[in-house]
Design a protein around this ligand. Structure first.
Ligand SMILES: Nc1ncnc2c1ncn2[C@@H]1O[C@H](COP(=O)(O)OP(=O)(O)OP(=O)(O)O)[C@@H](O)[C@H]1O
Ligand SMILES: [Mg+2]
Length: 412
């Protein structure tokens, strides 16, 4: 079921925003408006996020990601379009009702999570619950659990400045997890962390997600992070969503030149999976092994294959077995049944293949073999960047959101 839905969202900053929307609808460009001093931050954006999904919004700085996210939780009112959470139209709610939805259903984790320096780690993690009016004993119990989930057991009584940047970020995540809110909006939440800690946080989020099954909108401008975390990814450019799809869709079928150039540095071998490139088992059967054995049945193929991997295995793990034998690698489904084969030629072809812009059919997929989703794989590197503290920048501080008192310890 779709938990979060945005339809034809626009946000225009500047004079006469509604006029600007009409002009955009009629084909005016963002540049024309900008020349007149109006910023079209988000233009005609539609997304749909299913229950339990990690939906990543990716784009360069200024592409409109944060503005989109702030409309999703009602912090910013759209100039046009609708946002629905569990079918409820946010724009139809009174301020009070909106606050209730936000405190009950939504948690936000910012780029530099703002912790209160004079509160303990436990009190910081319990802050969201405190705002909701949850009694002390219960909020401490839930915050303790959340800290344990994020690997901070034993640090409850410490002060924020005794924690590393990564640990402080974990407190932020714990604060979001401690509340019952199962819609998590994360704006560049890991961007301030150094690469190893960032990887660690990504792992932890994926691990937590296996049991918690929150619905997450995750903003990043790091493509590898997007590919690693996203069940679905929306690519934004200049206020517009230019493509939405799985990591594989975007990698194998980029919608335009922009997306194609964006993804050219992605390590395809770590994003594409055996399931996405495999050929049908039938293409192997009838052949022979180098030793002269027959490959008449799936069982014979399996026995002769240099390795048997599941559909989610990243291609990078197939190089060694593929080079060891002329028999293809066998691919199995969740039940362990052999459902496909990856021959060495195919592996090389897929990795050598430039992404075909706007291609109808996945060039990497065998005819008749549906591409398998499941690309929760390894990203090679993660970039770090600078950036200002969200709360310190004064953009989102509002009681119940982040740091109303403005006492901020920056993340890293
Ligand atoms: N309150 C505001 N008033 C005027 N313009 C704004 C406002 N907020 C955002 N903008 C403009 O809207 C555009 C999109 O900004 P936004 O912060 O959504 O981008 P972003 O993709 O989150 O960028 P970054 O990766 O740098 O965080 C930018 O041109 C920005 O200058
Ligand atoms: Mg932003």
């Amino acid at each position: 079921m779709s938990r979060l839905q945005a339809e034809h969202l626009y946000k225009v900053f500047g004079r006469r925003p509604e006029d600007a929307v009409r002009r955009l609808e009629a084909g005016a460009s963002r540049e024309e408006l900008r020349a007149e001093g109006t910023t079209a931050a988000v233009i005609d954006a539609s997304i749909e996020v299913d229950e339990g999904q990690i939906f990543v919004v990716m784009g360069l700085s200024g592409s409109g990601k944060s503005t989109l996210l702030r409309m999703l939780n009602g912090l910013l009112e759209p100039t046009a379009g609708t946002v629905r959470i569990d079918g409820q139209d946010l724009t139809s709610l009174s301020d009070k009702e909106l606050r209730a939805v936000r405190s009950r259903k939504i948690s936000m984790v910012f780029q530099h999570f703002a912790l209160f320096p004079h509160r303990s780690v436990l009190e910081n993690a319990a802050y969201g619950l405190e705002v909701q009016g949850v009694p002390r004993a219960e909020r401490e119990r839930r915050a303790t659990e959340a800290l344990e989930l994020t690997g901070l057991k034993g640090w409850e009584k410490s002060w924020p400045d005794e924690l590393s940047g990564g640990m402080q970020q974990r407190v932020g995540l714990a604060r979001a997890l401690a509340t019952d809110a199962d819609l998590l909006l994360m704006d560049e939440s890991f961007s301030a962390l150094d690469p190893l800690i960032r990887r660690d946080m990504q792992d932890q989020l994926l691990e937590l997600q296996k049991t918690l099954k929150k619905t997450i909108v995750f903003i990043t401008h790091d493509l590898n992070e997007a590919m690693r975390l996203g069940d679905r990814i929306a690519v934004m450019r200049d206020g517009r969503i230019v493509q939405t799809g799985s990591a594989e869709d975007i990698l194998v079928r980029p919608a335009n030149d922009y997306v194609a150039s964006f993804i050219q540095d992605v390590d395809r071998s770590r994003v594409l999976t055996a399931g996405a490139v495999m050929a049908e088992v039938g293409t192997v059967l009838g052949g022979r092994t180098p030793e002269g054995g027959t490959l008449g049945t799936a069982a014979e193929f399996r026995a002769a294959a240099p390795a048997t991997v599941d559909v989610d295995t990243p291609l990078v793990e197939l190089f060694t077995p593929c080079s060891a034998s002329s028999v293809p690698v066998a691919v199995t489904d969740d039940t362990g049944a052999v459902i496909g084969a990856v021959p060495a030629e195919r592996l090389l072809a897929v990795l050598g293949e430039p992404a075909e812009q706007g291609a109808e059919q996945a060039p990497a997929t065998a005819p008749g073999v549906p591409a398998q989703p499941g690309v929760k794989t390894l990203a090679k590197t993660a970039k770090t960047d600078g950036g200002t503290t969200e709360a310190a920048a004064g953009t989102d501080d509002e009681p119940g959101d982040d740091d109303p008192e403005g006492k901020v310890i920056a993340g890293a």
